[in-house]
Design a protein around this ligand. Sequence first.
Ligand code: ADE
Length: 216
Amino acid sequence: MQFHILTIFPEMFKGFLNESILKKAQGKGVVDIQIHDIREYSKDKHKKTDDTPYGGGAGMVFTPQPLFDCIEDVKKMATKAPVIYLTPGGRRLTQAGVEHLNKKFTQLILLCGHYEGIDQRVIDELVDMEISIGDYVLSGGEIPAMVLVDAVSRLVPGALGNDESHMEESFTKKLGRKKEYPHYTKPADFRGFKVPDVLMGGNHAEIERWRKNHLR
Ligand code: ADE
């Protein structure tokens, strides 16, 4: 899976891309993440990417020129990718939606918004989907883009290093969300709080039954 992230804050992605599962997945070559700095596409002499809204009102709006040029350039490298605009007004991201993106596409272009929004002509001409990660307003689309990249990447075969993702899929289909049983690790007694005896007994059928009964 290849992600192209379009942002005016490329530095925000450094830590995120260089840790944990995403680092490993990129190392294995199953996930490829490329960051594109929208500001570099600005033809303004001060590299401006925003301006005041026509008709008045609060806040600033992304101007069309840097976004058109950036998206058109990235589309040359990601010819099969839909352009996804992260915005609180978009369709809410769910696990089913994440699975759909993972199954249907091998490349995704993620556009991180800012200010009051982006010029509508960008949405009309170039954006294929608008996605929100929840009903709250963040200061930009960068964290939502990270959420989407993380959720989709862990479903890419080979990214997690086991077959967990397939298991998860059937969970999601049946229940609408993943159900979990309680997990315990060492020590068996922590400050007097004890691990259930059955989990330490080694009777696999009993453990299986206990776990089934404690799904939540
Ligand atoms: N940009 C700002 N808030 C957002 C949200 N909740 N989801 C996606 N993009 C956003």
